[in-house]
Write a protein that binds this ligand. Sequence first.
Ligand code: ATP
Length: 301
Amino acid sequence: MNAITIDHLRKTYGAFVALDDLTLSIPQGSVFGLLGPNGAGKTTTFKCMLGLVRPDGGTTRFSDQTFSPAVLDRIAYVPERSVLYEGMSVAEHIEMQRRAYSKFDADRARELVKGFGIPDLRRKTGKLSKGMRTAVAVALAFSRSAEVLVLDEPTSGLDPVNQRTVLNLIVNEAASGNTVVFSSHQVGHVERAAERIAIMKDGRLALEGMVDDLKADRKIVEGIMPDDSATVAALNGNPHVRRVERNGRILRAFVSGDAAAIAEAMSAGGAAGVRVVDLDLEDIFFDAVAPASSTADLVEA
Ligand code: ATP
């Protein structure tokens, strides 16, 4: 069962296409990480999903319901920039949310806020630091008992301890059956918390899948080459080779699929010390968002 189904979403601002035919399914009870360079369309995706901007085409469904104001009761959203009322205290925000949402757990909110290192709930949120305001917004969202949490860069501006707290909250939320979608520029955070990811680029989906599957499929095959451009050309022509980088005599082929066969081809081409190297999610991210011109050609690193 999918908690969220995004179908052919498109959003333009004048002539500019911010989202171009985005289709994604997010399984219930999972953590889904959305990655992409600045301006890739992550926030626009969230806003279209939640009815905050009107898409030019496409739909979003939550479980089997299309978006409506009633659905919002089941969804907690933390926007990129905190939307707290600066003249109101933390305690007043908790009280406001308690009145607005029937399932809101005020005790949990107080506990979470204190856990983020904000002991005095009487403080006006305008007097809190940027990171503390984000922490308050996150604490409020995680006290909603929401079925779906949509978090736009929830660890941005937080100190390392609070970042870890947020990642733990995300993972625990999914363990209790709810669904979390979050964006981050910190690929390591996404790798730690998300089972499934999508990488966006220029409003389009560049890559999507289970983190473990993407890592199992993608490898780097590395070897020290004699000066032999014929082997480089042969590697570039291989459908499993996504990209080849050369740094002096060290050749690195970014491989999708049969890494062992590529390693053999490199050895046969005279390479010494050939080895297959695992990628982390950051390597996969860089590979997915690399300029198109560098994906097929030889790159001098
Ligand atoms: P970041 O990582 O920097 O937060 P993002 O992936 O969230 O980026 P979006 O905020 O979704 O990116 O923006 C996608 C593109 O749409 C950008 O080029 C942005 O300038 C453009 N855009 C967003 N909102 C508007 C708007 N209201 N009017 C015009 N262009 C917009």
